[in-house]
Design a protein around this ligand. Structure first.
Ligand code: DHE
Length: 501
């Protein structure tokens, strides 16, 4: 872009876009317009959004006001790295916080009849909404607007009353499911990976790509507690791959993209029951294998960067892989020692791993992002016991302790309208379903009893399909706008073995 052109485009951006997207492109009413935040939107698609607007949002169409050249230069502008790297420190986080209903100010009874522990949240990324479903009748209780581009699983408090959403732009929204209201919001960063909620529901940790930080909040009103710059011993900083809660250890565990370290940050153990949840420190929590003081970082050097990772049920081991690597590795979280290499080529998607009991031992299964396969590993000796050939690389895998089957999609590739059903006893694919030819089918979540399940038709005019978990018969379709993840309160709060945590 020539210098004069750049000046014109800068002026055009300030005149047309800045009032919603922010003068420094950090977002406002509209999302952040920085290359890192736009990685999943192609530049041609950005031009189309500028020209035609975005339905069901506040983004207007500029096709009448701007010519094609202006639209193209604006689209080019938002993919340029900013001249000064934007910061998002304590001051910005504090200024972003909005508390609409302080903790304790809303009624403690649900405004609906459904079993509050068998609810589903469905994230609809098509028009940035979420739906709340009754997990027994599969009726929609409520549909509400979310922040732009939610990513990762929403996280519940242990009593299932509140849910926390994380958006790619760094917003954390706390939502009261009993009262169907947003209660508090805060922006933790400019480009966020995900959030985790402590096992007792008292703390929220956010993992950022920009800036390089982890950010801790008090879960009640999302008050800022601490910003952790993610910096190595020799001063180099790192993006965070993701952060998870490890309730048996009483700590948050974060993996890093640019430092060969895992960080563990313990939360304080309750000596008395936490009033809201009744949670007391469990014996396992009390015996955690380190003596790091609460909220201090325990650095665990690991042999590689961890882009993608998973834990065993006891949270004794982290099973991780780097995106460029040729396999995975298993690291003991107490000793920090690598205990095994995993022979997994083709980008294993460890974050989607699930486990179950098979012939007296625990196995884990995972799809691959760059290989048409599901790998099944014996967790007692970390050996690969089976590679199932699938119809394409997959993204998500799911089961339930009460279900004989595990479900995997083939999200990438020509057969993305299919899903495989794997028999957990024989370790064979016993059925391949095509719910709607030509439409992407992906991501399953079971109800609390493992009897029914929901599958997404991942399209703008998509749906969530209810299946019987045993007969594999379709029972119902609920229209939705590009439904992505679905999250059952019981399965998430009980850390059910067949789902993500
Ligand atoms: Fe995700 C979860 C990383 C792209 C939809 N994704 C996660 C998690 C991580 C992750 C670390 C776990 C967070 C959690 O739940 O707390 N995702 C990544 C990537 O690195 C990747 C490949 C590139 C990127 O752009 O970040 C990526 N993810 C995508 C998509 O393109 C998807 C399909 C569409 C979207 O909405 O962005 C997508 N990711 C999801 C979903 C989950 C998720 C639906 C929650 C799964 C669950 O069941 O818990």
């Amino acid at each position: 872009m020539a210098a004069a052109g750049a000046d014109d485009t800068r002026a055009l951006y300030q005149a047309q876009c800045a009032s919603c997207h922010g003068e420094a492109r950090l977002g406002g009413i509209g999302p952040a317009l920085l290359p890192g935040n736009l990685s999943r939107l192609k530049p041609e698609a950005a031009e189309a959004v500028i020209r035609d607007g975005r339905p069901a949002s506040q983004m207007p169409a500029f096709g009448e006001q701007l010519d094609d050249g202006q639209i193209a230069s604006l689209a080019g502008w938002i993919y340029r790295e900013p001249e000064v790297e934007p910061g998002w420190a304590k001051e910005e986080i504090l200024a972003s916080q909005v508390v609409r209903h302080p903790a304790g100010s809303l009624p403690d009874v649900p405004r609906f009849e459904a079993d509050p522990l068998n609810l589903f949240i469905v994230v609809e990324t098509g028009d940035h909404h979420a739906s709340l479903l009754d997990g027994d009748t599969f009726e929609r209780i409520h549909r509400f607007e979310t922040r732009y581009a939610l990513h990762g699983g929403p996280k519940y408090t242990p009593d299932g009353r509140h849910v926390f959403f994380g958006s790619r732009d760094g917003w954390i929204t706390k939502y009261d499911l009993y009262n169907l209201e947003v209660v508090a919001e805060v922006r933790a960063g400019i480009n966020m990976r995900n959030i985790a909620v402590s096992g007792d529901g008292r703390y929220v940790m956010a993992a950022n790509t920009l800036p390089h930080s982890l950010v801790l909040f008090d879960a009640h009103n999302l008050d800022l507690m601490k910003v952790y710059p993610v910096v190595g011993e020799s001063g180099e900083s790192s993006r965070v791959s993701a952060v998870y809660a490890a309730p048996p250890r009483g700590s948050f565990i974060a993996a890093l993209k640019d430092l060969e370290e895992v960080w563990e940050i313990p939360w304080p153990l309750p000596t008395e029951p936490v009033v809201a949840t009744g949670h007391m420190a469990t014996p396992l929590e009390q015996q955690r294998g380190h003596d790091t003081p609460s909220f201090q970082v325990r650095r665990l050097p690991v042999p590689d960067y961890l882009d993608d990772f998973f834990f065993d049920l006891e949270y004794e081991h982290v099973i991780g892989a780097s995106r460029g690597g040729q396999g995975g590795m298993v690291v003991n979280l107490d000793s920090g020692e690598k205990v095994a290499d995993l022979p997994l080529e083709g980008m294993p998607h460890l974050g989607s791993g699930i486990t179950w009991e098979h012939e007296g031992r625990r196995v884990m299964a995972l799809p691959h992002l760059a290989k048409a396969a599901v790998s099944i590993i014996d967790m007692s000796d970390w050996s690969l016991i089976k590679t199932l050939e699938t119809d394409g690389p997959g993204f998500f895998m799911r089961s339930h302790a009460n279900s004989p089957y595990a479900w995997v999609d083939v999200f990438f590739g020509p057969h993305r309208d299919r899903v495989h059903v794997i028999d957990k006893a024989s370790l064979e694919i016993i059925e391949t379903l095509t719910p709607e030819p030509g439409k992407t089918a992906a991501h399953v979540e079971f109800d609390r009893d493992g009897e029914k399940l929901l599958l997404s038709l991942w399209e703008d005019d998509g749906a969530v399909i209810v299946y019987d978990g045993d007969t594999l018969e379709e029972e119902k379709r609920i229209p939705m706008s590009k439904p992505s993840g679905k999250y059952n309160v019981w399965n998430k709060t009980r850390y059910e073995e067949g789902t993500s945590h």
